[in-house]
Write a protein that binds this ligand. Structure first.
Ligand SMILES: [Zn+2]
Length: 364
């Protein structure tokens, strides 16, 4: 019998890395609930609301949104530092300085602030202009925003965090483009992101729609994986492209946006500026309900992309090596608790992926 892909020690190490992260996930949600509840219904909320109440509806909607987003960030910051920085460093993943991490966090905060202030002010404006049926244009606008962000994300948001360059190895790049043509989904760009300035973890992804569509490889992956493994992983990403998974994810986000607006409309009627914390509590609840659904859909997409990677490369050996290496390098969870798996796992576990790949290879 072949030795198992992962030793007992591998399973244990991955567990020690992940278990506290599940706890952090739960604590993060609990903290958000507490902050939004306090801002919605306590004297603390009243005190903070008081100075912005007199700014006129647009001014108070915008300023209150800024206060709420800043308060939530402040309360969750210690957890984020522990989770995103200290812990990553302890396990040897982080290659960032504290300042570098802080700059990333500040950028993400700024993006969240701008989007929340803009969206909330627009919602209140629509509520005033069209009381009773503001939800219809708001839902349409939010769906449109999700669509636009999918197009613009790779060109506007991703460059705020990473630099991208075309794959340097011209021969390999040519072979990858050939692989893409063979798969029926020619790609214009196979890009390499400078992930190594943040982490030692390895990864790849596809993003964008239409002309902004691209396959992105982490430089950490290009540096550490063999050519056959890189091809296998690109073939997996091509599987996502062929199945139009990015477009499906965008459609799902659009539906999510519409549902969120309808729930808000049903719960609040016409929103007034002060209502934002209640709205965010509702969204948090919706997100929790949506998590297992989105995770299940994503796992299904991943399984299909895995199958595609084998169909395109006929290289089970590269699949096995790539996925074992990926799991080891990233300390991927090998035996997650059931609830964590259902809520948070957008990918099947490495042992599941290896078992499915071997079953496909045996049956084809
Ligand atoms: Zn994938």
């Amino acid at each position: 019998m072949d030795p198992p892909d992962f030793s007992h020690a591998d399973v244990g190490r991955a567990g020690r890395y992940h278990r506290p992260l599940y706890l952090a996930f739960g604590i993060g949600i609990a903290l958000s609930c507490v902050v939004y509840s306090l801002l919605a219904w306590s004297w603390i909320g009243d005190r903070l609301w008081h100075p912005v109440a007199g700014l006129g509806w647009a001014g108070s909607a915008a300023a209150w949104a800024a206060v709420v987003v800043a308060a939530a960030e402040l309360v969750r910051l210690p957890l984020a530092v522990w989770r995103g920085f200290l812990r990553e460093r302890r396990f040897g993943f982080s290659t960032q300085s504290p300042a570098g991490w802080a700059v990333d966090r500040a950028k993400a905060f700024a993006i969240g602030l701008v989007l929340t202030v803009g969206a909330w002010t627009a919602a209140v404006a629509l509520g005033r202009a069209l009381p009773g049926w503001w939800a219809a244009p708001a839902a349409a606008a939010l769906a449109l925003a999700a669509l636009v962000l999918s197009f613009l994300g790779p060109v506007v948001l991703e460059p705020l965090f990473n630099r991208f360059r075309p794959l340097g190895d011209a021969r390999l790049a040519g072979e990858l483009r050939e692989l893409a043509r063979g798969a029926g989904v020619p790609v214009r760009d196979v890009l390499v992101a400078d992930a190594s300035r943040r982490t030692t973890k390895v990864n790849a992804y596809v993003s964008g729609l239409g002309a902004t569509r691209r396959v992105v490889l982490f430089d950490t992956l290009v540096a550490s994986a063999g050519e056959r493994e890189v091809k296998l992983i690109v073939a997996h990403e091509l599987g996502h492209r062929r199945a139009r998974d990015a477009a499906k994810a965008t459609a799902l986000a659009m539906v999510g946006g519409v549902v969120a607006v309808l729930v808000l409309w049903a719960a609040l009627g016409t929103p007034s500026p002060r209502d934002l914390p209640v709205a965010l509590l509702l969204f948090l609840g919706l997100e929790l309900v949506g998590l297992p659904i989105v995770a299940a859909i994503s796992r299904r997409m991943e399984r299909a992309a895995d199958r595609c990677s084998l169909e395109l490369t006929h290289d089970l050996e590269a699949f096995e090596r790539a996925h074992v290496e990926l799991a080891r390098k990233n300390l991927s969870e090998l035996e997650p608790p059931r609830l964590a798996y259902l809520l948070m796992f957008t990918h099947p576990t490495p042992p599941e992926r290896l078992a499915l790949a071997r079953a496909w290879a045996a049956s084809s």
